[in-house]
Design a protein around this ligand. Sequence first.
Ligand code: ADP
Ligand code: ADP
Length: 226
Amino acid sequence: MPALRYAGVSVGYDRTPVLTHVDLELDPGQRLILVGPNGAGKSTLIKSVLGLAPVLAGEATVLGESPAAARGRAGYVPQIDTLDADFPVSVRQVVMMGRYRSIGWWRPARAADRRAVADALELVGLADRAGHRFGTLSGGQRQRVLLARAIAAEPRLLLLDEPFNGVDAVSQEAIIAVLRELAAGGTALVLSTHDLTVARELADLVCLINGRQWAVGTPGETLTAG
Ligand code: ADP
Ligand code: ADP
């Protein structure tokens, strides 16, 4: 079963399409990079997979279901500025919220949940910050916490919206290494960026988006030199 299949899909807001006739298929463990300038529709496409932006036409299948039915089974790493840095919680609590998204909100955390949270923080290299207040971390560290929050839910499909904006080089390298490891373990990835270097480094598949135009292919087919 593909992690993601879009056939003739239009996405947008208030019946105004941002992207139309999108055809995509992503298998487990594949890395799809969405590349395009600001306003091209990368976030909208990602949000449509999460059921947060409407599919106006065509057929969208996420982990074998409609986006609405798959809601919460796909992991999501939003841009850092969308989570308030003043939020008075610890790093561990932020990551536990991601775990709760997958286990449901009605039961107390068990040892397995605490272990999943600790493992996720270990993976992103922030085990020593678990007790720190989220807002005291650097931008790059906060982005890694949001990655850990998504990983703690053990998603089969993980979507990341511009995860390298305002992120230092050390954190960027750490995130890229974690993403490679997740994909090697079978997690399908969708990542948006305006950075062609990131796309070349990470992509199995590239979706180039510009205006209403888009093209999907291997990095060799879609990314020309320079
Ligand atoms: P990108 O992620 O590539 O920067 P977006 O998906 O955020 O692009 O934006 C694509 C288009 O959709 C833009 O023209 C933007 O103004 C519009 N848009 C984004 N969010 C909304 C919204 N909530 N309601 C209406 N239009 C939106
Ligand atoms: P729910 O009703 O499922 O709890 P909300 O509508 O209250 O969701 O909140 C959705 C917000 O949660 C999104 O804007 C997004 O920032 C965040 N979020 C974090 N992880 C996910 C995920 N895996 N799927 C959907 N939204 C997510």
